[in-house]
Ligand binder design. Sequence first.
Ligand code: FPP
Length: 277
Amino acid sequence: MQPSGTLRIHELTAEERAVYAKLKPERLPEHVAIIMDGNGRWAGRRSLKRFLGHQQGAKSVQLVTETASRIGLPWLTLYAFSLENKLRRPRAEVNFLMRLLKSYLESNVQRMMDNNVRIRYIGRTHELPPEVQDKMRWAEETTARNTGTTLTLALNYGARSEIVDAFRSLAAEMQRKHLSPGRIDEEDIRRHLYTANMPDPDLLIRTSGEMRISNFLLWQIAYAEIYVTERLWPDFRGVHLLEAIADFQRRERRYGGLGEGGGEVEEDPEQIRIAAG
Ligand code: FPP
């Protein structure tokens, strides 16, 4: 599904256009989620302080979002700050990330307007510093009527705590409506997640080569295709998003079934002897 009238292929770089030309536009993922990793290593390899890696990472956020909006990607979700980051990183780094987020929003809302991007957030954002929350609210309200890509930043986010929050909210609803637990189904849980009004990610990208999910969207990625690149996040650009989508389009999604052509059974399974012991 494409947001209508938002394709701006002519604004892609020549390098991006070459990759885009090989894509099947009718088979674009609807939702791409990214675990942005490697800012610290990017800085370390250049003997720079970690915060410069984060600063360069913020540039990648802007450029990748703009490419997503040009190809009409409806949903882009970025893991910007985890609950664990807040608890386990030095206070100075956490404070820097908060200031960076605030200044990112201040200086990028106009570009989001120019690119028809709407910004939203998931996570326990009420625990972030009040001045950051004010800026987040301002950016969300300013861009609320944009109809192109929805950029969702996961901030102070953890998937397990999202599930805890969903269960708390579902339990409160059940108590209010006098419902019995035996009636809970997947749809009940889904509609209490932070992502209730979003489709599940089709493609999950992780940069910097780590083969981990790191407590990101655990419920929602049940059937996502996973793409891991060695590239560090500050070096990740729109063209790399398009390469990941090209890889995604080469995959066969099966959702637990047999996939195309997999339904032809050569022998009657009833006749196959199952060896005992
Ligand atoms: C991982 O790098 C990245 C983060 C902890 C946060 C992501 C933050 C940004 C991309 C910058 C700011 C974002 C916005 C939206 C303005 P790392 O520090 O864990 O890298 P390392 O594993 O190499 O140390």
